[in-house]
Ligand binder design. Structure first.
Ligand SMILES: *Cc1c(COP(=O)(O)O)cnc(C)c1O
Length: 234
């Protein structure tokens, strides 16, 4: 039996320990509960514990959870690859879209946000391992992307996100996290009207402690909290 409350408490403990070893408090690290493939009853167990941040990676699935998230006043993060034609369903509904990796996508978010009279918070997703099949902008093209984003006044660029390559061990994954931190340090100095990089969203179930040790401000944890995902259900 999976005990979600127990999982949650031990994740909080692990975050506390990792944060302390880099001179931070556990509460400095935002824990995003990744709820994809998890049914609403199990999600609610965790929300009752006071989890604030939630993350979803698919638009349709998110739609079925919005009422629940609103009931608990959650901070909703969209973390999956996003197609332009689905942008209209999430702008203004979610606090942050963490997966902006191309200017055409940002322009569409901006267009819909303007229409809805909101400013949409976004993060830039970086393809830190330069992997062909993965979303995210390659590190070498962040400058160019930012030039495009600066002009869009209905989005607010507030962080960076990454999903590192699958790694054999912690030493290897920490190299990617360290590279992300270096990029974050560089871009967080840029202060523009709509660009202010404060968050570094990295670390998942297998590596959130390693990510915190390398400077993550926000970890996204799914299976370590809810147990293995049952992909057969959806
Ligand atoms: C699924 C997912 C996570 C959580 O993955 P776990 O390994 O289950 O913790 C985090 N970030 C993104 C973008 C995801 O799609």
């Amino acid at each position: 039996m999976i005990n979600i409350i127990e999982n949650y408490n031990s994740i909080l403990e692990n975050i506390e320990i990792a944060a302390h070893s880099v001179g931070k408090k556990g509460s400095d690290i935002k824990l995003v509960a990744v709820t994809k493939f998890v049914d609403n009853a199990r999600i609610e167990e965790v929300l009752k514990q006071g989890v604030k941040y939630v993350g979803e990676s698919r638009v349709q699935e998110l739609n079925g959870k919005l009422d629940l998230f609103k009931k608990y006043k959650n901070n909703i993060n969209f973390i999956g690859q996003l197609q332009k034609n689905k942008v209209k369903y999430i702008v203004g509904e979610v606090e942050c879209i963490q997966s902006v990796d191309r200017v055409e996508l940002a322009q569409e978010i901006n267009r819909i946000a303007k229409k809805k009279n909101v400013v949409q918070k976004v993060f830039i997703e970086i393809n830190i391992g330069n992997e062909l099949q993965k979303g995210g902008v390659p590190p070498s093209m962040v400058d160019e992307l930012l030039e495009g984003l600066e002009k869009l006044d209905s989005i607010y660029v507030n962080g960076l996100m990454c999903i590192p390559p699958v790694c054999e061990n912690e030493t290897e994954v920490r190299k990617y996290f360290a590279q992300m931190k270096a990029i974050y340090d560089r871009y967080s100095k840029i202060k523009l009207n709509n660009v202010n990089i404060e968050e570094l969203s990295m670390g998942m179930s297998e590596d959130y402690c390693a990510a915190i040790l390398e400077g993550s401000t926000m970890v996204r944890v799914g299976s370590a909290l809810f147990g293995p995902r049952d992909y057969s259900k959806k």
